[in-house]
Write a protein that binds this ligand. Structure first.
Ligand code: PAF
Length: 282
């Protein structure tokens, strides 16, 4: 495993590999690696000769009140994990190099970034899109792999790649879950034992939505009420939102059956200091 922190070194490495005809797959992360990231690396390994995993806790996607300082960081453990997962290079740029004095450019998706989580986390998706485009430019990959768990992020990055003619394949990898259904996330480490047990309410509520849909229910408001009701049975869970939207535009829907188009039901709750996000496609 090679660990590279300098931007120029990273670019030189990728250029040399590309010059030899090697393909590169990128796995952008904020560290605190877990089994979900392992699946991203596995997918990347299938796509290219070289796998670069980036670890950068990107300050511009956190708002002032969010958990930037508390976000879990353990570079050594992450590098060990990346090494055993078969990563070739870990890229760990510094915030100073990524955002030097005078930095002022932002990639903003005018519609998608306002929807769902965008309403509750202003500036978040501009931070994500900007840093991901920077990571693309520095590491020069042929493909890049992201978790499907963050549905809106993946949709938005696909759109950005299309809109800006980025020429990199954006690949989505299925969510990895614990045995009680909780989606793996670095933020799960914030949960105490009691909170961790309470967090299973989220996948349970989404299963309830799926069950209703499969039994013929097609009204978003009925399904949303059922999900909210199921979440309210867990006293530690605070609901941020439960929404049923078009799976491409993220616009609210009045009715679910629309000739095979994807419908997204997304729910966000917080338990203690952890913000938990999950979805089901109907
Ligand atoms: O999903 C994440 O971990 C981050 O949003 C990403 C894509 C690495 C950008 O900082």
């Amino acid at each position: 495993l090679r660990v590279i922190s300098g931007l120029k070194k990273m670019r030189a490495f990728s250029e040399a590999e590309r010059a030899e005809g090697k393909t590169i797959a990128l796995v952008p992360t904020m560290g605190a690696l877990h089994r979900g990231h392992l699946e991203l690396v596995k997918a990347a390994r299938e796509l290219a000769h070289i796998v670069i995993l980036t670890i950068f806790v990107n300050p511009t996607q956190f708002s002032a009140e969010e958990d930037l300082d508390e976000y879990p960081r353990d570079i050594e453990a992450d590098c060990d994990y990346a090494n055993s997962a078969g990563v070739d290079v870990v890229f760990t740029p510094s915030a100073k190099d990524m955002y030097p004095n005078g930095f002022q450019t932002e990639v903003n998706l005018t519609e998608l970034s306002k929807k769902l989580c965008g309403k509750y986390r202003p500036g978040h998706f501009a931070g994500v899109a900007t840093v991901v485009l920077k990571l693309f430019n520095i590491t020069g990959p042929h493909s890049a792999v992201f978790g499907k768990k963050d549905f809106q992020q993946l949709l938005l990055l696909r759109r950005m790649a299309m809109d800006l003619n980025v020429g990199i394949d954006i690949v989505g990898v299925p969510t990895v879950r614990e045995s009680d259904g909780l989606a793996l996330s670095s933020r799960n480490t914030y949960l105490s034992d009691i909170e961790r047990r309470a967090a299973a309410a989220l996948p349970r509520a989404l299963n309830e939505a799926r069950r209703l849909y499969e039994s013929g229910e097609r009204s978003p408001s009925v399904i949303i009420s059922a999900v909210e009701g199921a979440l309210r049975t867990e006293p530690l869970a605070d609901i941020e939102y439960v929404k049923v939207v078009d799976g491409e535009t993220l616009e609210d829907l009045d009715v679910i059956d629309r000739g095979g188009k994807n419908t997204l039901l997304q729910a966000v709750i917080s338990i203690g200091s952890a913000r938990l996000i999950d979805h089901v496609l109907l």
